[in-house]
Design a protein around this ligand. Sequence first.
Ligand code: PFF
Length: 471
Amino acid sequence: MAASREQFSSRLGFVLAAAGSAVGIGNLVGFPVAVTKGGGGAFLFLYLMFTFLLCLPVMLAELSLGRRTQKDPIGAYLQQTPARSAWRLLGLLAFITPFMIAVFYMVITVWIFRYFVEISSGNLHELVKPDALTNFVNSPEIFVYLLAVGGFVLFILASGVKNGIEKAAKVMMPLLFIMLVGLVLFVLSLDNALVGLRYYVIPDVSKLNATVVNTALSQAFFSLSLGMGILITYGSYLSQSESITQSAILIALADTTVAFFAGLLILPAIFVVDPSTDPAKLSDSSVTMIFNYLPKLFIELEGVIGFWGGSILAAAFFLLVFIAAITSLVSIIEVPNSSLIDTFKMKRKHALLKLSFPILILSVCCIFSFGMFEFLTSFAHYAGQSKSFFDLIVDLFYETILPLNGLLICLFVRYRWKNKLDLELQIGDGNYQNSMLKKYLDWSLVTLIPLILFFVFLNTVFHKFWGISVF
Ligand code: PFF
């Protein structure tokens, strides 16, 4: 007889674990950068619309598929499709995508951890020396940090759904939120912080263009951990007595609130240092922002709050990002892990061991691709540029395959699953059948959302791989 399937112990446990997945580097760094460049309040408005009108339905589809089938993504698609059906490829995509995203996210988490350790040891000033990041990422110690982060994630996962994933989220998520609110209150109390606040919330519609709209959608999609199989997997651990719609709304609210607070921290801090800055010119990407710009910002803050004040603030911030990244990593590695456990009938610890080797090897390849090994550093060439192994994984899996997965799941639930989505959403939610949400899902999942995701996918493929912008 099969062992009974593990479940989250309560709705709170589930919501915290899923919010732990959703709240990540994307919220704490990607979001503030995107708002800064995208016209403050104008971007916020777009982001909110995309989160609730376009991403929430995809979230409901993923959670429903998981809970109804009580299976990992591969098992879920196998169970719901006839033999040899092309839909079964979705299961494969839902295995490979999280696996590859875990690899690039792991590498960034390792850097964050290293920055945290350096800052806590009083070395904040070392981080702003020219080439500090390049030297760090290419030093042999980075592999020790990789083993430490990997070991920590495996430890949480090895303890199971309730005692590992849920417990870690129950400790880490409140801690993260308290730290974030504390940091925000502190920064807002400094001189000139309100100038940044104004810049953050007041809309500047002149900054809106097709790229900003695309960024807002991709940011919301990534931030809610969609298209990665995570919500199918976590949905399969959700009890039948819970309402999926209510839980999903709570997760989206928690995720958006944390992202909003991260902006409340970073933008005012920028203006505390220099009230005349134009934040739109500050940084090109999230990675540049965390590793090059933020250490400089904290050092400049020393002028206002002293050497230790600057270092403590910096260490607290990097710890915050690290905690967020760990709960996201846990969720993404649980996806292929659950497939090995459910569909390939392995024991949890055995499955983790099997997964850890390829993840470790690919992470090492990514680390090598920042200059240590020429072959991996100039691994591919497209759109007129030389790309590293790391770049290729980001472009292919994060930029391209994520929206494709989102598109495919919408098509799957509507064309293959048909009314099963409704049946699942009614469980634990007596009002669903007559709700506006149902009417909206019936319409949007066949028209609006797949169409938009299709254009995003098309635009990304042309832009990333051929250097042509469709819009
Ligand atoms: N929601 C996460 C974030 O915003 O950072 C997305 C994510 C990425 C989750 C990578 C998990 C992961 F491994």
